[in-house]
Design a protein around this ligand. Structure first.
Ligand code: AMP
Length: 283
């Protein structure tokens, strides 16, 4: 496994693969790796000759300074895990390497970016898109792999690739969960013992919403039940729960079985914030 910290060194290495027409798969991450990230790596390895993983906690996508400071950084463990899973190349740039200037991408995601995460994390998606675009320009992969766990992020990346005509194919990968259903997240380490024990209620509520949707309860009834169930024990607060068109991400106000519908949620705990989502009606 080769580790690069400088853009030009990484590019030199990747150029040699590109000359041999070896396909390059790319998995961008912020480190603190878990099985969810590793599934993306494995998918890339199964579809490409070379897999590149980046570890970079991107400051421009954090709207909250404390969140950035507290974000887990576990480089040694990450490298061990990547080595064990036979990742070929790891890119670990510094903030200065990625941001010689602090200019952000100029792009308008319209209503895709103004709701849910966009409403509660102003500037988050512009920062995220900026770093992904920079990483695409640096690595020039054939395919990049993203988790459906960050459903809105995936929609925005697909939109960016379309708007900017970026020649990278985007693959979405299913959310990896703990046995009790909690979506794996680098932020789960911030849960207290009690919160961790009860956090499965988030996924359970999403599964309930899926059943309620099939049974044609109203959108309002489904929403109320999810919020009530999650907030019941007093440990969690639902920041938002939206039932949206899976392509436009716009909230729907009545049940539809003719288009893909997704339920998306953000939950506040004592020290962190968790997001999750589920397909209510996959077409
Ligand atoms: P992050 O390091 O949190 O920025 O995540 C890096 C990539 O891993 C993103 O594409 C995430 O959507 C994906 N990811 C994070 N958690 C999971 C999970 N539980 N299952 C699948 N993919 C995930």
């Amino acid at each position: 496994m080769n580790i690069f910290r400088a853009i030009k060194d990484l590019q030199k290495e990747l150029d040699s693969f590109r000359k041999k027409k070896s396909s390059i798969g790319f998995v961008p991450t912020m480190g603190a790796l878990h099985t969810g990230h590793i599934e993306l790596i494995k998918r890339s390895e199964s579809e490409n000759v070379v897999t590149v993983c980046s570890l970079f906690v991107n400051p421009t996508q954090f709207n909250n300074k404390t969140d950035l400071q507290n974000y887990p950084r576990t480089e040694t463990a990450d490298l061990d895990l990547l080595r064990k899973n036979k990742c070929n190349i790891v890119f670990i740039p510094s903030v200065d390497e990625m941001y010689p200037t602090d200019e952000l991408l100029k792009i308008d995601f319209g209503s895709l970016a103004t709701i849910m995460e966009g409403a509660y994390r102003p500037g988050h998606f512009l920062g995220m898109a900026t770093v992904v675009k920079k990483l695409f320009d640096i690595t020039m992969p054939d395919t990049a792999y993203f988790g459906e766990k960050d459903f809105q992020q995936l929609a925005i990346i697909r939109n960016m690739v379309k708007q900017l005509d970026i020649k990278v194919s985007i693959t979405g990968c299913a959310t990896v969960r703990e046995v009790d259903g909690l979506a794996l997240s680098s932020r789960n380490i911030h849960l207290t013992k009690d919160e961790r024990k009860n956090a499965c209620v988030i996924y359970q509520s999403l599964v309930d919403a899926q059943n309620d949707y099939k049974n044609e309860l109203t959108i309002e009834q489904i929403k109320n039940q999810v919020i009530k169930k999650i907030e019941h024990g007093g440990l969690f607060t639902v920041q938002y729960f939206e039932i949206v068109n899976a392509e436009t991400l716009q909230p729907i106000d009545s049940i539809s079985f003719s288009k893909p519908i997704q339920a998306c949620i953000a939950v506040l705990t004592s020290k962190t914030r968790l997001i999750d989502n589920i397909a209510l009606n996959s077409i």
